[in-house]
Design a protein around this ligand. Structure first.
Ligand code: GLN
Length: 543
């Protein structure tokens, strides 16, 4: 087979990280891409994760953050969610490149005889494969600009082959087709009170040591960079002063594109990579971000889940709520609550604590720990008429709660929580029974959901079919469907020709709605996912 022709017009922007992790490289990547998209370019992003895992699916959400599910069923790094929310596009799993994925491709090719007679090495075989993956993404999407975020921090052993590939790509496609933005930090020490430049100086030196000179520095700081600090950084890093961009704290991540553009970042980018159009049309974006100011009242939401110790575990749920609150000009206040606390008997941990919230969300989760606390939460919201939105695990355990407490099936449970359960309301999907592999083997990605007429779901979505992203092994056992419906639960969405139940709702309740699919992944600023919006609206209304 002949290789497809390269997209030679594509410009590559690399975002590298310095000093330490957690500086918000993902947001800066997405913001740069957004500004270029608003100039009229066809832009997308890639996230490079230098770990050996093949994908993010088997990683602990409390250590690495949420697993973001793409339409094509990728279990990806949460930054892909940031890109989708900023760019309002769906990104394929091919846009998340890991060391594991690259090595796996190279080893398979080696076993297939591709490199016969050769000694297979990091340079050129691994680096060639990395470059080819980037070119492929640019080709497949016919991109004008591809923004590539390199995870980790310069100096990490793991990221070296990727940075080396970026250096080579610069050489191959030419200086005027590549640009490097290095993200660093200017900390302020309490005792001194001034912004310190040394960490930035050192991290730029580290980058130069491997042959990469940054074109732009995006410097994270709590307050705007002072002109002296900007000057000093420019001098030491050999970056023009106007290319030292202050990335100070903003009211919301969605204000970052505007902040970068106030410092003329598109002009700095355009000068280096010869872009003609340099005026991002920001008015719509600005108008939707205004929902984060000018607010009228607060909506208080409890997120009761298993991985609340790290809010990033549910980052898409948080953003779906924030998009909805911004839409109706409410200030969103979220409290993260560990579901296990409602399993203790002591008064302090009393479930009554939930009465103070305007709404309760139970997001996804896996395994036994904390499941009884979730079942109690789902039941409490039902009995006390508090708006409830359940997602995946929050859907499955709401079914269990309803079976136990509204239909009298006392021993109801999910087979995931109790393997020898008498009444498995939620059971293993038949297709999953013989599946011994744990990586990439769930029911993943987008599936069509058919909505029943005359239901809340129909009123919310205003359409007969929707597409929802999935990530699960268990589902409602349809043998219990009739008894649940007799008890007053309405099952209003189905997939795979009616084989799988996707939505539950309680018609007489203020708002009780849960979905097997992960609605949070489809929400965008200015276009909140509709069940989230309906939930937040209901939680905000007094009636
Ligand atoms: N653990 C459940 C399942 O596998 C729910 C998964 C989830 O919440 N994403 O079906």
């Amino acid at each position: 087979m002949r290789a497809k022709k390269d997209n030679t017009d594509c410009k590559f922007i690399f975002i590298t990280g310095g000093v330490m992790s957690g500086l918000g490289k993902g947001v800066i990547t997405a913001s740069v891409a957004k500004l270029l998209q608003l100039c009229g370019y066809n832009v997308s992003c890639v996230k490079i994760d230098p770990y050996i895992n093949y994908d993010a699916g088997t990683m602990n959400p409390t250590a690495h953050g949420e697993v973001f599910v793409t339409e094509d069923g990728g279990e990806c790094d949460m930054d892909l969610g940031t890109y989708e929310r900023f760019l309002d596009i769906s990104i394929s799993k091919e846009h998340n490149i890991t060391t594991g994925r690259i090595y796996s491709d190279v080893i398979q090719a080696e076993r297939g005889g591709k490199y016969l007679g050769q000694c297979v090495q990091i340079i050129p075989h691994i680096t060639d494969t990395i470059k080819e993956r980037l070119r492929e993404v640019s080709r497949e999407n016919n991109l004008d600009v591809l923004v590539v975020e390199c995870g980790g921090t310069v100096g990490d052993i793991e990221s070296l082959p990727f940075l080396e590939a970026l250096r080579q790509l610069e050489l191959e496609v030419g200086d005027s087709n590549t640009l490097v933005i290095h993200v660093t930090l200017a900390p302020v020490l309490d005792v001194v009170g001034e912004q310190k430049t040394k960490p930035t100086q050192h991290s730029v030196q580290e980058l130069r040591r491997i042959g990469i000179q940054p074109d732009i520095l995006a410097v994270r700081c709590s307050t705007p960079l002072t002109s002296e600090v900007r000057h000093k950084i420019s001098l030491f890093a050999s970056v023009p002063e106007q290319n030292v961009i202050s990335c100070h704290d903003a009211p919301s991540i969605y204000n970052v594109p505007e902040m970068l553009q106030e410092q003329h970042i598109v002009n700095a980018i355009g000068t280096k990579i010869l872009l003609k159009r340099r005026k991002p049309h920001l008015s719509y974006w600005k108008s939707v971000t205004r929902g984060f100011y000018n607010q009228n009242g607060t909506v208080e939401i409890a997120i009761v889940g298993k991985y609340v110790s790290l809010p990033d575990s549910y980052v898409s749920v948080y953003h779906a709520l924030s998009h909805s609150a911004a839409q109706i000009r409410k200030k969103l206040q979220v409290e993260w609550i560990e579901s296990e606390r409602f399993e203790q008997t002591d008064k302090l941990h009393n479930i009554e604590y939930l009465s103070k919230f305007d709404g309760i969300v139970v997001p996804g989760g896996f395994g036994r720990r904390g499941s009884e606390g979730i079942i109690r939460t789902a039941d409490y919201a039902r009995i006390r008429n508090i708006p409830y939105l359940g997602i995946c695990f929050g859907f499955q355990l709401a079914l269990v709660a309803f079976a136990r407490n509204a239909c009298g099936i006392k021993e109801a449970n999910s087979a995931e929580v109790e393997s020898k359960v008498r009444d498995p309301i939620v059971e293993f999907m038949p297709e999953q029974r013989d599946n011994l592999k744990l990586g990439g083997s769930m029911r993943l990605g987008s599936h069509q959901v058919v909505i029943r007429a005359n239901t809340m779901a129909k009123k919310i979505y205003l359409t007969n079919t929707i597409s929802g992203r999935h990530r699960h092994r268990y589902e409602l056992n349809q043998r219990y469907l009739e008894i649940l419906e007799k008890g007053g639960l309405v099952l209003s969405g189905f997939s795979d020709g009616g084989k799988r139940t996707e939505i539950l709702e309680l018609p007489k309740h203020k708002f009780y709605f849960a979905t097997q699919y992960h609605s949070e992944f489809s929400s965008r600023l200015g276009k909140p996912e509709r069940s989230f919006l309906a939930f937040v609206e209901s939680a905000s209304s007094r009636a």
